[in-house]
Write a protein that binds this ligand. Structure first.
Ligand code: NDP
Length: 310
């Protein structure tokens, strides 16, 4: 018997994309088409898949997109020139540099070279500062997606005890900052946190961004809590898969076919005692591209002095 609500990331992403498409139409009526440039270096299969689906979604929503594909051998200087050209272009509102980059490229220097007003990933220190000080700007897509899930599911944030496990610059820290801005009481945990289960058990709202399959177990969760699972982990061991999904024939079939399944950072055994949870796949991960599209439109509006709708 379970009363836990499943937070459907695919459905929410669909809503957001429909709203973005409507905004793009409005902008078109004023003669503006938002444009996104995606820079993909070399041949990283996972990156190629992500980039293709970003470009495809742009097309579906009426956003202009352009893919730049410098070779693996590209130097930092050459990449800086590509970024400078994109910064200067009037028809490009968003610049996305698909990570990871080859080791010989100075990623940090490159990300800081992107104009903060075109930084649709929200990684530039200026946007980090804007988020921290509550100014309009571009926020990282994954934590922004978490906030959209909470808002559109009418889950309370203000006054809630929110615990974020993970403190990365792309997920944990910005998620904690957004929850704080939304008036949650926020605790951020990491690998040095003492007695983690005691902390997570105090969470009304638990965000797991750790990168370890099923790390958050049932005994670490307060009954009725909202569970947000950011983890995307591929597991390939048959016993491990069986332990995750004892009676799940659909998952077993996927595993038989592909030799792996994707699981989150929260063990599914915890879901039945929660109040609401995001599944993996089909939860937080489903929103990332929708949020990128929203950021591209926000960037287009901010750059033209229009108010960004939120
Ligand atoms: P990082 O590896 O950058 O950060 C992981 C964090 O988890 C670190 O802060 C680390 O602590 C903490 N951690 C690791 N082990 C423990 C532990 N035993 N106890 C407590 N904390 C621990 O990962 P990311 O933030 O980039 O990603 C997290 C997960 O989210 C991954 O599975 C990733 O694939 C997924 N992800 C999903 C996205 C999406 O949905 N679109 C986007 C980005 C990521 P410390 O800092 O002390 O090392």
């Amino acid at each position: 018997t379970t009363t836990a609500r499943v937070l459907d990331g695919v459905a929410i992403a669909g809503q957001i994309k429909a709203e973005v498409a409507a905004e793009v139409k409005q902008l078109a009526a004023h003669g503006t088409t938002p444009g996104l440039a995606v820079v993909l270096v070399g041949h990283v299969p996972a990156s190629e898949i992500y980039v293709r689906s970003k470009v495809k979604t742009c097309g579906e929503l009426g956003i202009y997109s352009e893919m730049l594909t410098p070779p693996e051998s590209v130097t930092t200087e050459e990449m800086l020139r590509i970024v400078a050209d994109l910064n200067a272009r009037e028809d490009i509102d968003g610049i996305l540099i698909q990570l990871p980059l080859p080791k010989h490229v100075d990623t940090k220097r490159l990300l800081e070279a992107v104009s903060p007003d075109k930084d649709v990933d929200g990684f530039h220190p200026v946007n980090v500062g804007r988020l921290q000080s509550g100014q309009p700007g571009l926020a990282p897509c994954t934590p922004a997606g978490i906030m959209e899930i909470l808002r559109r599911s009418n889950l309370p944030v203000a006054g809630q005890n929110a615990v974020v496990v993970g403190r990365s610059d792309i997920v944990g820290k910005p998620a904690a900052m957004m929850l704080l801005n939304a008036s949650a009481t926020v605790t951020v945990c990491h690998s040095k946190t003492r007695d983690l289960p005691a902390v997570t058990r105090g969470a009304d709202l638990l965000v797991a961004a750790i990168g370890r399959p099923g790390f958050i177990t049932r005994d670490m969760v307060k009954p009725g809590a909202t569970l947000i699972d950011v983890g995307i982990n591929r597991i390939t061991d048959a016993h491990e898969v069986a332990g995750f999904f004892p009676n799940d024939t659909a998952r077993a079939a996927t595993f038989a076919k592909r030799g792996s399944v994707v699981v989150g950072d929260i063990h599914p055994e915890a879901f039945p005692i929660s109040g609401a949870y995001t599944p993996v796949p089909g939860g937080v991960g489903a929103l990332t591209i929708a949020m990128l599209m929203q950021n591209t439109v926000t960037a287009a509006k901010l750059r033209r002095g229009l108010k960004a709708g939120k």
